[in-house]
Design a protein around this ligand. Structure first.
Ligand code: BDR
Ligand code: CA
Length: 300
């Protein structure tokens, strides 16, 4: 059983990542979900996570509100282009039944408490900008010494960025936090666009999702696939969670990774910072099969 916390900017692929964890209940012990800004504002992200957890009967999983703005900024506003990818509500404009629960404040202290109380037995998967984790290590530096794993979806090394020619969205939105986290001596695996764009979810896969809940998730996912202007979407955030259970589906390079002020992730062997593991290759058919089989079990 893998103890896991998801740090999400809950848009559509974050939701699919969460559904994967919900579907694999026998393998993942989901301790909580923390929220960050990115695809939506931090409060909306928390509300979206509650909506999805409650819809699938996981009212036992607490949701915490995290940092509300990138480092060095006082506020975060969703850029209008993001509405076309995740919808205004982050869930593809689909009207989900809303949760009766309220998120709790204190994502950063929750993360620090969980690292402390689960030494060598916790994986944190961050699928948005890294501000919450940056604050954990800044405010509670002792947590860096307690063994735990971080998996971060973000960056682009050998492929084009998806916001600028070089930058991927998650690190672009808060480059300072990403740069700080990558400079620390922690066990961090980076899952960049180089691998996430290789695994695909096709419209025909979503046709297997049935029932009331399956149809809502299908409608949401169709919105996301529609943005890609192909008959499939990339599997960014779900790939990162898949790596928590199946690290062997990916191949890695170990190298010091710098995040520049314009959000580029640059491997630099000369940089005087600890190495990180960066996924550079993927067994696409294994990732796709694992995710699709799990979603089908939950939604089929
Ligand atoms: C990342 O950006 C967000 O839009 C997605 O949720 C994913 O985390 C991909 O660049
Ligand atoms: Ca995300």
């Amino acid at each position: 059983m893998t103890n896991i916390i998801l740090d999400l900017d809950t848009g559509i692929d974050d939701t699919l990542a969460l559904l994967y964890v919900i579907a694999r209940r026998d393998e993942f012990n989901l301790l909580g979900v923390t929220s960050t800004f990115g695809n939506v504002e931090t409060e909306t992200s928390a509300r979206n996570s509650l909506t999805i957890l409650d819809l699938f009967g996981r009212t036992d999983v607490p949701v915490f509100i995290g940092e509300r703005a990138p480092e060095g900024k006082t506020a975060y506003q969703v850029m209008p282009y993001i509405y076309r990818i995740h919808g205004r509500n982050g869930l593809g404009e689909v009207d989900f039944p809303s949760s009766q629960r309220k998120p709790e404040e204190g994502a950063v202290s929750f993360l620090s408490r969980m690292i402390t109380s689960h030494p060598d037995d916790l994986t944190i998967v961050a699928t948005g900008p890294l501000r919450n984790l940056a604050e954990v290590y800044r405010k509670y530096p002792e947590t860096m010494k307690i063994p735990h794993k971080v998996i971060s979806m973000g960056g682009a090394l050998t492929v084009e960025g998806n916001v600028t020619p070089f930058a991927e969205a998650n690190y672009y939105k808060d480059p300072k936090s990403a740069s700080f986290v990558f400079s620390l001596p922690i066990d961090l695996i980076q899952i960049p666009l180089d691998v996430t764009e290789r695994s695909h979810l096709h419209l025909s896969d979503t046709e297997e999702w049935k029932g009331e809940r399956g149809m809502l998730i299908r409608k949401m996912t169709e919105f996301y696939i529609g943005f890609h202007k192909k008959d499939f979407s990339y599997l960014h955030d779900p790939s990162a969670v898949c790596a928590a259970l199946h690290p062997e589906y990916f191949s890695y390079l170990s190298l010091p990774m710098k995040i520049t002020d314009d959000g580029r992730s640059v491997g630099d062997y000369m940089a005087a910072i600890p190495e990180k593991k960066v996924a550079v290759d993927v067994r696409t058919e294994c990732v796709e099969e694992e995710l699709k089989r799990s979603w089908k079990k939950l939604l089929g």
